[in-house]
Design a protein around this ligand. Structure first.
Ligand code: 13P
Ligand code: SF4
Length: 340
């Protein structure tokens, strides 16, 4: 449940030489991935957001799929869904601005019920979260009595409220095995469910959701890139179809994918996931070449610098949860955090 949005879309701030000078440190970090002619548009926004964060005692949590000017320019906490959930609890800021999609902001609110949690655009959804309702979970439980429900964190708080434990792409196998049961219902991503099923003896009863970005990758695409670049490393997110994961050298959450590139330093790599992440890692590792077919998540891209600034100026839109749903949805998230 969100508060209403007013005054949207915010007008961008005018270009300013002073703001460019004050943010020169940021541009030095991302100059390889943001053209110089674009920088005058970002600099005043980054400059204003830095001031607003101090004034509001706020931090910006940015998912790995945010664009480099957000990820490297204004984020205080960066990472995959698990890292954002965990670090949201650890921060002592009064205001948390989630530069990510709606379920991530809800998760931050669930574990920080007394803090102000803002999402710069509340319409930043997720095809996985939209693929299942609380009523669907109730029906699944009725069809499989006594079988626990593991939900990927990419679901609404109302769906989490009907589940036993959450997981992320980084800990799914471990969470499923932590239950010590022979069968689990695993919602909502059918490809992540398949990936988990291949890596555990626990029987997995899946739902039929899919990520609209990752479901489009194909094994043939990977093979085509490999024939063009024989030394290519391929690192895939487990939301991809099984033939893509079969063709990859390594599979993991977005944070695990980044760790792999930092560790292995491949000469050329294809991160089979949302493509802003390659820009963010390229800014850090200029010696690695990224093969990067465009695969943007339209929901993640709803978050922009002007919308982050507007959220900090107005302390809205806020994430507000129904207290009864929040109470029940918090338990599966906290169980996950306790296991991991
Ligand atoms: P991660 O938890 O791996 O960051 O994945 C979140 C997500 O939405 C992937 O599409
Ligand atoms: Fe959801 Fe896919 Fe976008 Fe991730 S990339 S937020 S799973 S639609």
């Amino acid at each position: 449940m969100m508060t209403a949005l007013t005054g949207f879309d915010p007008a961008p701030l005018p270009c300013s030489r002073e703001a460019e000078a004050r943010t020169a440190d940021v541009y030095a970090r991302i100059k390889d991935v943001i053209p110089a002619m674009e920088w005058p548009l970002h600099a005043p926004e980054i400059d204003a957001i830095r001031d607003l964060k101090r004034a509001r005692n706020a931090v910006v949590l940015a998912h790995n799929y945010q664009t480099p000017e957000i990820f490297h320019g204004v984020a205080d906490i960066r990472g995959d869904s698990l890292a954002l959930a965990r670090q949201a609890v650890e921060s002592d800021a009064e205001v948390l601005v989630v530069a990510g999609v709606h379920f991530m902001a809800e998760t931050a609110k669930l574990v920080n019920p007394d803090r102000t949690v803002l999402i710069p655009d509340p319409h930043a959804g997720c095809s996985l979260a939209e693929s299942i309702t609380p009523e669907d979970v109730v029906a699944l439980r009725a069809a499989h009595p006594g079988v626990p429900v593991v939900t990927y964190v990419n679901t609404s708080a109302a769906v989490k409220a009907e589940c036993d434990i959450c997981c992320t792409s980084g800990n799914a196998v471990r969470i499923v095995e932590s239950l010590g049961v022979p069968r689990v219902i695993f919602i909502p991503d059918m490809f992540l469910a398949k990936h988990v099923a291949r890596n555990t003896d626990v029987e997995i009863i899946p739902w039929h959701g899919a990520c609209e970005v990752h479901e489009r990758f194909t094994g043939d695409e990977i093979r085509t890139f490999r024939s063009r670049f024989p030394s290519l490393s391929v690192v895939a997110h487990p939301e991809c179809p099984p033939d893509v994961l079969d063709a990859a050298d390594h599979v993991g959450s977005t944070a695990q994918m980044i760790d792999y590139v930092r560790r292995e330093r491949p000469e050329r790599v294809f991160l089979v996931t949302e493509c802003s992440m390659s820009d963010n890692v390229a800014a850090e590792l200029p010696e690695v070449t990224f093969v990067k077919p465009c695969a943007l998540c339209p929901h993640m891209k709803r978050i922009t610098l002007p919308r982050i600034r507007h959220a900090l100026e107005t302390l809205s839109p806020r994430v507000e949860l129904d207290p009864e749903i929040a109470l029940r949805a918090r338990a599966p998230v906290e169980r996950m955090l306790a296991v991991t």
